[in-house]
Design a protein around this ligand. Sequence first.
Ligand SMILES: *Cc1c(COP(=O)(O)O)cnc(C)c1O
Length: 350
Amino acid sequence: MYENLKTQNIDNIADFIDLRSDTVTKPDAQLREVMAAADVGDDVYGDDPNVNALQDEMAQKLGKEAGIFLPSSTQSNLVAMLTHNPRGREIVVGRKYHIFKYEAGGAAVLGGLTYDPLPVQEDGGLNAEDIHAAIKPNDSHFPISTTLVLENTHSGQAVSMERTIAAADAGRAHNMNIHLDGARMFNACVKLGVDAPTMAAPFDSINICLSKGLGAPVGAVLVGSKDFIHQAKRWRKMLGGGMRQAGIIAAAGRFALHNYVDDLAEDHRRTKHLADALRETGRYDVTYQDNQTNMLFVHLEKDRAKKLGAHMRDNKIIVSAGTESRIVLHRNIDDNQLDQIISAFKSFNG
Ligand SMILES: *Cc1c(COP(=O)(O)O)cnc(C)c1O
């Protein structure tokens, strides 16, 4: 189901509790202080101390050699695809994964790359057998399957290490590059109790988003080997992602990385609480699996979904109301607001 993702026209949106995404988080007072005080330099010359530190710290945290700061996870994934794959190569990826479904086909349009999208399993992972079966023989009819892309979390589901390693091993068996779109990888680490280097170990490159659950305003970091990041830097420049005094935003990313990762457990706790409360009403069809982190899904028929959206809006809550409404919790929602959200769902009798 593809629904229109356009913005909702709401006046005074700041007065609303926003459940559309964890990207809506605004930098708190601490982050703003850090940003105001940040030392900066020209990052295209490699002179920005906060960008340099963020790149090193993220690489170190994930047990990789180097990192590069980018304006968004979309650009980070695209740079990874352009760096891993010469034109004409194939990316094997989950059909519902962001790189395939929500990045406007960037790797195809700008990189001359093709995708082979595989079914995503119940737990958010890919089947190793499907990966083996997708690899093309060396025959002039076929593109060369060059890069495998996994995603964690996917739809808020933390994919287990066991599933991840089996998929990565399948890719390795065919000499593929293995990329993790780990925009929300720290949610998966916190949920599964797996440390970041262990989670990152099966991968050549990993994208991490700073402006989702971590609460920084802008940016993503791509990590990998020194050589990979050196090449990625050229692609970033070509795509217009070379920023100048980017330390203003990188400083917020550093602070979030060091101080806010553990808080993701609170988002997960509140999400479970909300799922339980919605199920208790007996009136909502809720998808919340055991490996869910900060998202749940409410299934409604179209008319009822529309009414729910209006009802929530009357209660100063924004949801992307559709037949499958994604509800996302994040660090700008506290326990009081959670109670308000639950009350609003309970008082809906559409
Ligand atoms: C949000 C997201 C992205 C893209 O992030 P932007 O910073 O909005 O470009 C990529 N991959 C995954 C898995 C995401 O959740």
